[in-house]
Design a protein around this ligand. Structure first.
Ligand SMILES: Nc1nc2c(ncn2[C@@H]2O[C@H](COP(=O)(O)OP(=O)(O)OP(=O)(O)O)[C@@H](O)[C@H]2O)c(=O)[nH]1
Ligand SMILES: [Mg+2]
Length: 365
């Protein structure tokens, strides 16, 4: 059986996980077996926990952590094989790390060469936030470090499909202008406009990527020195904590934590790639994200009050990992003064290494 493999790339916070969840829900309702693959430089992932929580079957979510797909191609292949063998997945949707680019050369071409008999590879979709896309079109870096903005631009250069997300935040005229500017800048690439959150345009994009056979039709020219710098300027923190107490208001705790972190990063003028936090208790979930300045904070779901819960925080912010860890834990412990007992179950903070892909093809297969 050939399984359809759909890669959804795009910068940190563009909405990849939201789209994975939406697509999985649509396909599952149509009776399809869907597998999902998450990816990060370290374990304890908000994305994995969230997708597991939203899925009927936790086995349908596999995490490749410790390295990105491109630098651990065997790990990525293993995750794909696992979902094919154990779940008999008909469709696998995979989300690479948001600070990765050059996926056509390092993932798509090797897949086409080594796995074409067992996988039907869908075009590479690159999701993009409208504000960040506008900055690239205006030749501005916005709040990103120039080398991080370079990564975002390279993602768009190599895309088979550019997918403008979060269209619910744009008036229709502004969206039309943005779409036309995008088409003018990348005339060879098809451009979609969707809202992963409301579902608008998602079916149209999905029908297209599931029907098309041509994947990885171009390579971008990527300067690995700039790419490495763009990743290295971000501190990376993944932590999981268990909290115990008397009727802890988890929704308020998560909201205050993210709000205080947002204030702190804004005061320091520290650009946020993505800060996400998730609390789970009694099979309920509350999740919140900051994808830029504090005013991007969004919180969804609800856990309510409970005596025990788990909290996972993943933060990617422009500062040293040590400083990022100190700030996140400081803000968290400040909120836990009143009789909340805390146990750290995972804590990893790092500066991403220079990308060193398993394969890097210099021509299209
Ligand atoms: N308004 C709006 N918000 C969205 C949409 N899609 C995603 N978001 C929000 O954007 C934030 C980031 O979404 P994620 O799906 O976690 O982004 P991601 O690309 O997976 O981020 P990383 O895993 O860090 O690279 C969350 O607050 C989402 O709710 C959308 O269509 N509209
Ligand atoms: Mg994600």
């Amino acid at each position: 059986m050939t399984t359809k493999l759909v890669l959804v790339g795009g910068f940190l916070g563009a909405g990849k996980t939201t789209l994975l969840a939406k697509m999985a829900s649509i396909m599952t309702n149509e009776g399809k077996r869907v597998g999902l693959i998450t990816n990060d430089q370290a374990s304890a992932l908000v994305d994995t926990a969230l997708l597991e929580q939203l899925s009927d079957n936790k086995e349908s979510v596999v995490e490749v952590s410790g390295s990105c797909f491109c630098c651990n191609f065997p790990g990525f292949k293993k995750a794909v094989s696992h979902l094919k063998d154990k779940l008999a997945a008909e469709i696998i949707i995979a989300e690479p790390v948001g600070s990765c680019t050059d996926l056509s050369a390092t993932i798509l071409q090797p897949l086409k060469k080594y796995a074409e008999d067992t996988l039907s590879i869908a075009p590479l979709s690159v999701l993009v936030d409208p504000k960040r896309l506008t900055n690239i079109l205006d030749k501005k870096t916005g709040d990103l470090h120039p080398s991080a903005a370079y990564i975002l631009e390279k993602q768009l250069d190599e895309a088979d499909k550019i997918v403008i997300n979060k269209t619910d935040l744009l008036p229709s005229e502004a969206l039309e202008t943005l779409k036309n500017r995008t088409i003018a800048r990348w005339p060879q690439t098809s451009v979609f406009a969707i809202s992963a959150q409301t579902g608008a345009g998602v079916n149209e994009w999905m029908t297209d990527v599931l029907a098309q056979q041509k994947a990885g039709i171009r390579l971008a020219e990527v300067d690995y020195d700039v790419y490495a710098e763009g990743e290295a300027v971000l501190g990376w923190l993944n932590t999981s904590l268990e909290v115990k107490g008397n009727q802890i208001d988890c929704d308020a705790l998560l909201q205050s934590l993210l709000s205080n972190l947002g204030n702190r990063f804004d005061e320091m003028q520290a650009p946020v790639g993505h800060v996400k936090a998730l609390m789970i208790a009694k099979n309920k979930v509350v999740v919140g994200n900051i994808t830029g300045k504090k005013d991007t904070l969004q919180v969804r779901g609800s856990v309510g009050k409970t005596d025990e819960a788990s909290l996972t925080v993943n933060a990617r912010v422009e500062m040293s990992p040590e400083e990022l860890k100190a700030i996140v834990l400081d803000e968290f412990y400040k909120l836990c003064k009143d009789g909340i007992e805390v146990k750290e179950t995972a804590l990893k903070y790092l500066q991403p290494d220079r990308p060193n892909p398993t394969y890097r093809f210099d021509s299209v297969v």
